[in-house]
Design a protein around this ligand. Structure first.
Ligand code: HEM
Length: 442
C-alpha cells in the first residue's frame, strides 16, 4: 500500500473542506449509556457522514461530521490497548488540562456550562450548511441515527452561524487565514506559505517532523482520523468596546487601536499591508488579504505588533523561539448568540461568542502549545509581560505593547474579554474507523 497518497474518500469532510459562506451550524452532544446502542449509532452515522472526496458533489456545502471524546471511545468498549495508544492530552480531556490552557477563575471547569467538561460528553455531531433549510435536512439525517436508539441520549445542543460578512462578535472579519495542505488540492490563503505536510492534520501520514508514527492503534481506527478541539468562548463585547474607547488617543484612533490588538482592521485588511488606513476592498479580497510575512518588512512590529492576536497565533517568518510551521492549525470558528447592536456600550447580559474549533493531528504541539505559549505568554517573541489582548487569560493587570517611533506605547490594565464556557478534546474518526467501531464485539 502506498501510505503517502491521501485517501480522501475515507476522511471526514469536516477535517479538510473549508466551510461555506455564509453558513449555519448545529452542535449536538450525545451520551452513550449502552455500548450496543452506541455501536449501532456508529453504524448509522457512517452512512450519514460525508467524506472529503465529495468536493464536486452538488451538496458539498452541507455535511454532518462526528467526533468522539476519550470517554466516548470507552463507552463504546474500545479495547484498553487501543485506548492506551491515544495521546495523554486526549485521554485526560480538556477539563483536566484547564490550568495549562488558562481556564481559571470564571473560566475554570467548575463554572462551565453543563454538561461540558463532564464525563457525559461522548459523541459530538456537527451539521453544517449554507442556510437553515439545508441545515434542517442535514440535522434530520443526523437525528435519524440516534432517534429511538436505546442507550443513546442527546444532552446538549448549540446553534451557531457565520454571517455573510463573516464578522465575529467583536466585529472583525474571521475565517481568512488557512494553511495549504499538501495533496488535498485545497489552496491555502497565504501564497507565501509552503504547503504543510498532510500528517500535520490527518493521522497516519508523514508530518513536518516525522513519519506519522503517533497514529492511534489499530491502524484501521487511527489512520485518516484527526483531532478536533471544541471550545465555547463567551465574548464580552461591551467590555471590549469600552476598553478600546478608553485607551484611544489622538495619535491612535479607536479603529486603529482595535486593529493593533487584532493585527487586522475590522474589514479583515491586514495592518501588514495597510498600516495607517483601513482598506475594505483589500480586506474582502481573498487573493490579497493574507499575502504577507513579517520578518523582512516589519521585524520590530511597527505595523503589526508582535503581541497582536494574529501575529501571536501565527508568527509566520518573524524571529520567535521555535518553528511556527509545527504549530499551525485548521480553524473552524462559528458565532453563537445575537450580535450586540452597533454603538451599545453597556453589557446587555445576552450570551454570545465563538464556538471555536481546532482541527489538527497533534493536540499537544499544535492547540495546547499555541494556547499556552503563544496566547498566554510573551517569552517566545522576547516580550516581558502580556497575553493575547483579544482572547488571552488576562486578569486586568496585563499590558499590551505597541511599537512606535519615537517611543513605544503601552496599554495598561488589560481585562479578560473572552470567558471559556466549556469544551472537549475529540477524535474525528475516518469513515472506515466508524464502521470498525460499529463492529466492535464484547
Ligand atoms: C473569542 C475568541 C477569538 C476571537 C474573537 C478570534 C478572532 C480571530 C480573528 C478575527 C482572526 C483574523 C481572521 C483570520 O485570520 O481568519 C483570527 C485569526 C486567528 N486565530 Fe483567533 N480568535 C479567537 C480565539 C482563538 C483561539 C482560541 C485560537 C487558538 C488557540 C485562535 C487562533 C487563531 C489563528 C491561528 C488565526 C490565524 C492567524 C494567521 O494565520 O494570521 N483564535 N482570530
Amino acid at each position: 500500500m502506498n501510505t503517502s497518497v491521501l485517501n480522501l474518500e475515507d476522511i471526514q469532510s469536516g477535517v479538510l473542506l473549508p466551510r461555506p459562506t455564509p453558513f449555519a451550524a448545529t452542535y449536538i452532544i450525545l451520551r452513550i449509556d449502552d455500548r450496543t446502542g452506541g455501536r449501532e449509532l456508529m453504524r448509522r452515522l457512517s452512512t450519514v457522514v460525508a467524506s472529503a472526496s465529495h468536493v464536486s458533489s452538488p451538496d458539498r456545502d452541507t455535511w454532518v461530521s462526528v467526533a468522539l471524546s476519550f470517554n466516548g471511545l470507552q463507552a463504546l468498549g474500545v479495547p484498553q490497548t487501543s485506548l492506551d495508544s491515544f495521546p495523554p492530552q486526549f485521554q485526560q480531556g480538556m477539563a483536566a488540562r484547564a490550568k495549562m490552557l488558562g481556564d481559571q477563575g470564571e473560566s475554570s471547569p467548575e463554572n462551565w456550562e453543563k454538561p461540558l467538561g463532564s464525563a457525559d460528553v461522548h459523541v459530538v455531531v456537527t451539521a453544517v450548511s449554507p442556510d437553515s433549510e439545508h441545515l434542517e435536512s442535514a440535522l434530520e439525517r443526523a437525528r435519524q441515527s440516534y432517534r429511538q436508539l436505546t442507550g443513546v441520549t442527546a444532552i446538549w445542543r448549540q446553534d451557531c452561524h457565520a454571517l455573510p460578512d463573516e464578522k465575529e462578535a467583536f466585529g472583525f472579519k474571521d475565517g481568512i487565514s488557512h494553511p495549504a495542505i499538501e495533496g488535498t488540492g485545497i489552496p491555502g490563503s497565504n501564497p507565501r506559505e509552503q504547503p504543510l505536510r498532510v500528517g500535520e492534520f490527518v493521522l497516519g501520514y508523514p508530518d513536518e517532523i516525522g513519519d506519522g508514527s503517533t497514529t492511534p492503534q489499530p491502524e484501521i481506527l487511527g489512520r485518516n482520523g484527526s483531532y478536533v478541539v471544541f471550545r465555547k468562548l463567551h465574548q464580552r463585547v461591551a467590555a471590549f468596546r469600552q476598553y478600546v474607547k478608553a485607551k484611544a488617543a489622538s495619535a491612535l484612533s479607536e479603529e486603529l487601536l482595535a486593529a493593533k490588538l487584532m493585527g487586522r482592521w475590522r474589514s479583515g485588511a491586514p495592518l501588514a499591508l495597510c498600516p495607517v488606513h483601513d482598506d475594505p476592498t483589500l480586506g474582502a479580497d481573498p487573493r490579497r488579504n493574507n499575502d504577507f510575512l513579517f520578518k523582512e518588512d516589519d521585524a520590530i512590529g511597527y505595523k503589526t505588533p508582535p503581541g497582536s492576536h494574529i501575529r501571536r497565533m501565527n508568527p509566520r517568518d518573524a524571529n520567535v523561539a521555535g518553528l511556527p510551521r509545527i504549530h499551525r492549525m485548521i480553524r473552524r470558528g462559528t458565532s453563537y448568540g445575537p450580535p450586540l447592536p452597533a454603538g451599545v456600550m453597556e453589557d446587555d447580559g445576552v450570551e454570545r461568542g465563538l464556538m471555536f474549533a481546532f482541527v489538527g493531528a497533534h493536540l499537544g504541539r499544535q492547540f495546547e502549545f499555541v494556547q499556552s505559549e503563544w496566547m498566554n505568554d510573551s517569552a517566545f517573541f522576547g516580550g516581558t509581560s502580556g497575553k493575547d489582548p483579544v482572547s488571552g487569560s488576562s486578569d486586568g493587570t496585563g499590558a499590551f505593547e505597541i511599537p512606535r517611533r519615537p517611543i513605544r506605547m503601552c496599554l495598561q490594565d488589560l481585562p479578560r474579554f473572552v470567558i471559556t464556557r466549556g469544551g472537549e478534546y475529540c477524535f474525528l474518526p475516518s469513515l472506515s474507523a466508524l464502521r470498525w467501531l460499529a463492529e466492535l464485539k464484547f
